[in-house]
Each structure stands twice: as C-alpha cells, then as structure tokens.
Design a binder for this molecule. Structure first.
Ligand code: DGL
Length: 264
C-alpha cells in the first residue's frame, strides 16, 4: 500500500524540508505540522521537547503518516530515541544525515565542521557525537544562535536585523575556517544569505534537505501516495500561511488548518 509521509517542526523551519520534499518526491502527498502555539522549542528543557515531539508524532500518525521526518534539529537532537522507541513507524531526523554530509566535505578538506543550532541542540551534543562517530578526527565547534528562530518566525530573513545577529553569533567562527557549516536548525536555511556572507569559505549544509534525501533512500518515491502537501498548525494559521507563501514561493495548498495539539 502507498505510504504517506509526515513532516513536523516547531514552526516554519520545517518548510525547508517540505520544499525539498516537493523537489525529490514530486507530486507526492505529505502532511506538515508546525507547532506554532509552542514555538520555540530550542529554549525548552529536553523533557518538554520530548513531550511536544511525542504529541506532534502522534498527530501525524493519526492523520495517516507511516513515516515521520523530524524536520526539527532540536527534536532530532533531544528526542529522536524516545520517538523511535515509542512509535511503530520509521522516524528520520536531521542530525545523522547532516553529519554524514558534513563529514564527507570536511574529510576532503581541513577536517573542521561548525554546527549552528538552538541552545537545546548545542547543549545536547548530538551533532558532535554523530560527527565523531563517523570520523573521530574531525574537529567540531558548535554555536548556539537563539535569536535566529524568532527572526525567521517574524519574517526577518534578510536586511540589517538578520545581518546584525549573524555577525554577533558568527564572527568568531570565521577564523576556525570550517569546511562545512551545518545549519543544524531547520529555520536557519532561511538565513543562508546573511550566514553565507560571513562564513564565505564554508559549504552550508541544509539539515532539513539532508533528512529528506535520507527519507528517499529509505522509501522510494513510487511507494508514496500521490497528492499535495496538507498543512496543520497549532495556532495562528493566517500568520503561518503568509510566511509559508513567502518561503515556499506559492500559496500553500488548501489553506492551513489549526488543531489542538495538547489533545494528542
Ligand atoms: N526548526 C527548529 C530546529 O530545527 C527550531 C527550534 C525552535 O523552535 O527553537 O531546531
């Protein structure tokens, strides 16, 4: 039987994965959930992130998803083992796929990787573990960039405000000279312009995109149901639709529906 893929994030960040899904799984159905009532996740404790992630996953499975892409670095770093344990469907996060891609690049260069993520992601050490499991010689530096998510959620992806915070967080990383910079939070590819401007020598890795590439290896497109994206949020669907239109470059299909995530 054809399968449906569920994608979730705390908010708009996972749209970087959804955009990639539409390219790699052209004309295939997916269900997107953005937890806009509880974003940001990156400032919360691991226990809270885990509880939210379980509710998000249950919602998508109830909607018919039989494979989950965790398009959220914070959840992937803090709750993926719990999701895999608790749910009987394959769960693919962003950490391992992004780490693999970064190691491939760094191993052919200076052996250095910078990881940008939320505070909860950096605190978890998940990217360092994933990278050094593949190649213990790689030197990793992680930088928490807590203002990046609110900037993206409010549509400030370019211009002076975005550039100011990018300089604040990244200027000290320039001399490290990383071969690859993992955008370890799925919101960050929306800020690629200002990040790339500062870290010009490094290849930027879109972690949401790498998770979709990994999902496609696991589940070829012909095994996925035909259709479009269906979008759900837990609050303020109009605000989500407005920015989703900007990020996806089109109207999101059939509008965005609001659900009560606390009931899952
Ligand atoms: N897109 C989420 C991530 O990848 C954002 C986390 C947040 O809500 O703070 O980490």
């Amino acid at each position: 039987m054809a399968k449906t893929i569920g994608i979730f994030d705390s908010g708009l960040g996972g749209l970087t994965a959804a955009a990639e899904f539409e390219k790699l799984f052209n004309g295939k159905k997916y269900i997107y959930f953005g937890d806009t009532a509880r974003v940001p996740y990156g400032t919360k404790s691991a226990d809270t992130i885990c509880r939210y992630a379980c509710q998000d996953t249950k919602f998508l499975i109830d909607k018919g998803a039989s494979l989950i892409i965790v398009a959220c670095g914070t959840v992937s770093a803090n709750a993926i083992d719990e999701l895999k344990k608790r749910f009987d469907v394959p769960v693919i996060g962003v950490v391992e796929p992004a780490a693999e891609k970064a190691v491939e690049i760094a191993a052919a260069g200076n052996g250095r990787i910078t990881v940008l993520g939320t505070s909860a992601t950096v605190k978890s050490g998940a990217y360092e573990r994933a990278i050094n499991k593949i190649d213990p010689k790689i030197e990793v530096r992680s930088v928490a960039c807590p203002m990046f998510v609110p900037l993206v959620e409010n549509g400030y992806t370019e211009g002076e405000a975005a550039a100011l915070f990018a300089r604040e967080y990244l200027e000290n990383s320039v001399s490290f000279g990383a071969d690859a910079v993992i955008l370890g939070c799925t919101h960050y590819p929306h800020l690629s312009g200002v990040i790339g401007e500062i870290l010009q020598r490094s290849v930027l890795i879109n972690s949401g995109k790498e998770a979709v590439v990994a999902a496609k290896k696991y589940l070829p497109a012909h095994m996925v149901s035909d259709g479009n994206g269906e979008f759900y949020v837990s609050d303020a669907p109009e605000a989500f639709s407005r920015l989703a239109r900007v990020f996806m470059g089109r109207e999101v299909a059939d509008g965005v529906k609001c659900i009560d995530i606390e009931s899952y």
